[in-house]
Design a protein around this ligand. Sequence first.
Ligand SMILES: Cc1cc2nc3c(=O)[nH]c(=O)nc-3n(C[C@H](O)[C@H](O)[C@H](O)COP(=O)(O)OP(=O)(O)OC[C@H]3O[C@@H](n4cnc5c(N)ncnc54)[C@H](O)[C@@H]3O)c2cc1C
Length: 402
Amino acid sequence: MEAQRLATENARSANLAANDLTTRARAAAEVAAAHAPDVDLTGRFPTEAFAEIRKQRLLGILVPQALNGEGASLAELADVCFVLGQACSSAALIFAMHHIKMACIIRHAQGNAALERILRQVVSDQLLLASSTTEGQAGGNVRASEAAVEHEGDEVTLERKATVISYAINADGIVTTARRAADAASSDQVLLVLLKKDYTLERLQSWDTLGMRGTRSEGFTLRARAPAQQLLPQPYEKIHAQTMVPHAHLLWGSVWAGIAAAATAKAQAFVRNALRHSGGQMPPGAAHFTQAASSLRTLRGVLASSLRSYESVMSDEKAMASLEFQSMITMTKVQVSELAATTVLHALRACGLSGYRNDSEFSIGRLLRDVLSAPIMINNDRILANLAMTSAMTPLPTSISG
Ligand SMILES: Cc1cc2nc3c(=O)[nH]c(=O)nc-3n(C[C@H](O)[C@H](O)[C@H](O)COP(=O)(O)OP(=O)(O)OC[C@H]3O[C@@H](n4cnc5c(N)ncnc54)[C@H](O)[C@@H]3O)c2cc1C
């Protein structure tokens, strides 16, 4: 019996090693890229990409091995987002949003049996989880909820006006913020994990946008009844600071870096092609390719440095709560989103009219429309305004490396 278990384990490990994450991510990216133009044109969920993502069993990679997952690191996950981001922005962002919620559950379930069952189910059935934080007219103020959970015996109920839930119709579950109780302050929040059987959705708003059209981020009235055990045991305040914000900023950032890398690759191909056809004469926008490559390098540098900082404090609650860390991880989103948009704009200028056209192999249009969602996905101006007081009070550095 034990020998059989070991043989199965060994076969599984060998199989995983042979199909390493990058290879599996590339297989999913290939399918995603083939369908990205139609996903964008028709504003539909990237069905084919997610069929392949499920085939490659990528939805449960973050789950610890003890719960049958692969225990992938955040850096590995960020690389998968980067690879997918180069292929189909919407599929990549959906993949990132699923994993941000997964990280919150994994890091804050604290041995809760119902939540661990759900994590196992994500691995076995390759469930896709969506996220609901935006509510009513409050927009991206994630740290305030209007609707409250109500306890009825062993269950909780919730009804919220969820003005934006990406891929809600295609998801197998939704992870939502809510006020702890009807008499709690708006910032006293909980995080509730819902499976499809636990809720109904009534459409409030459609999703006809400039870019990220395949995320289908429609608005709904979300009505839920679920076992109270599906509430995360820790307050959302803690989950937000320790897991939600760092994972969101690093994984969204990796997707945007992927979009920027795709645009830069097109610009390079355009410049090389132009060189070949003009007897070595550089096209007029060539300097913009150099600038695209340079800002992409800076963007990857910011992401890599923030990722390393987060990994070094991940298990240190005090360090994660420090103003220094919170400001750094918050500003990562602002910097990375601006750099991604700048990179794509440079790529467009490098490709000139060929980049501006929709019917050219060097077209940058879709990438530009998609990346322009980055600075407004939780508006950078809102983030900067929130940080203004902290920045004013934080001492400035006195050395280069300190
Ligand atoms: C591609 C994409 C995917 C997303 N996916 C999700 C998701 O899955 N789940 C989720 O919860 N959220 C999602 N969001 C929403 C996101 O989290 C933010 O809520 C959203 O970007 C708004 O951010 P903001 O409030 O900072 O910015 P803004 O939109 O710039 O500002 C919003 C503010 O404007 C005001 N306002 C907004 N609308 C009105 C109105 N009609 N009338 C009057 N005032 C108004 C309000 O004061 C509000 O606080 C997504 C956003 C994008 C771009």
